[in-house]
Design a protein around this ligand. Structure first.
Ligand SMILES: [Mn+2]
Length: 374
């Protein structure tokens, strides 16, 4: 069974879940980015084709997002082409029901933590994000693979190679997409590439006869990911969002599409209604931290901004995020809107992406107690 046939088969089985004894879900992270999506789909395909008991066990890749947010992932649609419509989103399947029926296993790819009771169903983790307090610990340590490489697809490909998977040109191509995208086509100034990313990339190339020009592949993914045609302020904030919850504060970290800056977004705001509505639709969060990357003549520029409903939160985060321990080297910029609860900065430490910033913010708001903010 090839990759396309597997996705069609998997989606068609959503109405036959009762016929299986076990449903094994490969779950991508909540941002549903290209890396997450390809990692989940390819790994589920691998597990399905190597499973000796396909009648009893169903392997599905599931995106942690609903279909209306997933549709904002223009780069995923570009890379997957006709396979895009067969991707399964979280609103296509009732995981809680499978959990209650005690037939659910979950494999996390591109994240290592679930903020729900489904945590106890996790049987394997393959990820390149930092482990944190509360990360899932599995009884069998060999089922946790966490390594800080540029792309989770590097780890998925490594695993497939080590287990004698019959690599095809198509699967090699799909895995290559996120690797070149996440490493900014192996750009030294982006600082994302590890030796393993290069090694695995070279190994994947041997399955792709026409792979001489991956600059074109990279530029196509970039172009489709940067396409903001028709996106509203809320879409822009929603496209790549991750939630951080402390006991007293909940906030969202949104990464904007490539080359669309925080300054562009703030310039688009006429009132705060759009941001407030975005927050109320996301667990009624207290605020949002927004990051952006723009590459100009191979120079990477980053911006960071935030908005909190309460001025006390703005002040607290402002103090923390500019501190030396966070080390982002932020330079404040003026904004075109008279609003003390919004801040905009150029981030001179361009090596720090959301992957590095998010755990710091997480630690900070975990420690916040009510007396700090009231
Ligand atoms: Mn990733």
């Amino acid at each position: 069974m090839n990759f396309t046939d597997y996705l069609i088969y998997a989606k068609s089985q959503l109405k036959n879940l009762n016929q299986f004894h076990r449903i094994r879900i490969v779950l991508g992270n909540e941002s549903c980015d290209l890396d997450s999506t390809i990692s989940a789909c390819v790994y589920a395909y691998f597990l399905h084709t190597t499973c000796s008991n396909q009648k009893e066990i169903l392997h599905l890749s599931v995106m942690s997002n609903n279909a209306s947010t997933f549709r904002l992932r223009t780069e995923v649609r570009w890379l997957l082409k006709e396979d895009y419509s067969n991707v399964i989103c979280i609103d296509d399947i009732n995981l809680n029901e499978l959990h209650n029926q005690r037939k659910l296993d979950i494999i996390l790819v591109d994240h290592n933590y679930l903020n729900s009771n489904l945590n106890e169903n996790v049987i394997e983790i393959i990820d390149h994000h930092q482990l944190k307090n509360g990360s899932i610990m599995l009884q069998d340590p060999s089922k946790i693979k966490i390594e800080y490489v540029g792309s989770c697809c590097t780890l998925i490909a490594e695993k497939l190679f080590s287990l004698n998977f019959k690599m095809t040109e198509k699967v090699a191509y799909l895995l290559t997409g996120p690797i070149v995208f996440d490493t900014v086509n192996f750009s030294p100034s982006a600082g994302k590439t590890t030796e393993k990313d290069r090694q695995i990339y070279a190994q994947l190339q041997t399955y792709r006869p026409q792979s001489d020009n991956d600059l074109e592949l990279y530029e196509n993914i970039m172009k489709s990911s940067a396409d903001v045609t028709g996106l509203s302020v809320q879409d822009l904030l929603r496209k790549d969002a991750k939630q951080i919850s402390g006991s007293n504060v909940c906030l969202i970290m949104s990464s904007l599409p490539m080359n669309y800056t925080v300054e562009d977004l703030i310039g688009k705001l006429k009132t705060l209604d759009d941001i407030n509505e975005f927050l109320s639709e996301n667990e009624n969060a207290d605020g949002v931290i927004i990051t952006s990357v723009k590459v100009e003549n191979t120079v990477t520029k980053r911006q960071l901004g935030f908005y909190f409903k309460k001025i006390e939160h703005t002040q607290l985060i402002n103090k923390y995020i500019r501190s030396e321990e966070v080390n982002l080297d932020l330079q404040e910029r003026p904004i075109p809107i008279n609003q003390a609860r919004i801040k905009l900065f150029d981030q001179k430490n361009v090596l720090a992406s959301r992957k590095q910033i998010l755990p710091l913010i997480e630690t900070f708001i975990k420690d916040l107690v009510k007396s700090d903010i009231s």
